[in-house]
Unconditional design. Sequence first.
Length: 170
Amino acid sequence: MVTCTGIYGDVNGDGVVNITDASFIAQYLEGTRTFTPCQLIAADVDGDGIVTATDAQYIANYSVLKEPYGKCGQSFNITATCIGLYGDVDENGVINSTDSSYALQYVLGNRILTPCQLIAADVDGDGIVTATDAQYIASYITGTQPYGKCGQILIVTPTCTQPTCSFVVL
């Protein structure tokens, strides 16, 4: 289980939403910075499940005007089984050719994936990992369409009703 507690917009975790946080998102989008799962949650202030330039703009506006922009300034406390990015099969915070390779190796029976890795690899959302998922991940890397859910934030939370638990992918 992973528990993330923080403030939406406070990407660097210093307790303040400011222009530095917007700068962190710009660096993330440029590929010069990676985010932890908790930073991904803090960065997605518009709530669309993807960290984009819009999130950075909301944070910049909030830090200057101190007016509500998306979820900026709101607290969060999320406990989840898996937090990461769809397409990030090796769970290192970056979607690259290794992730596509891992998905294809799984399809060919040459790699075992953890439950969280299986969910991250299923970027077309059909419930199984296939060669199509590996292709979608490769398409995401090269910027060509289609690429399914690649790059979207993945959160799996447990929902328990005694005596059994199931898991919900948010």
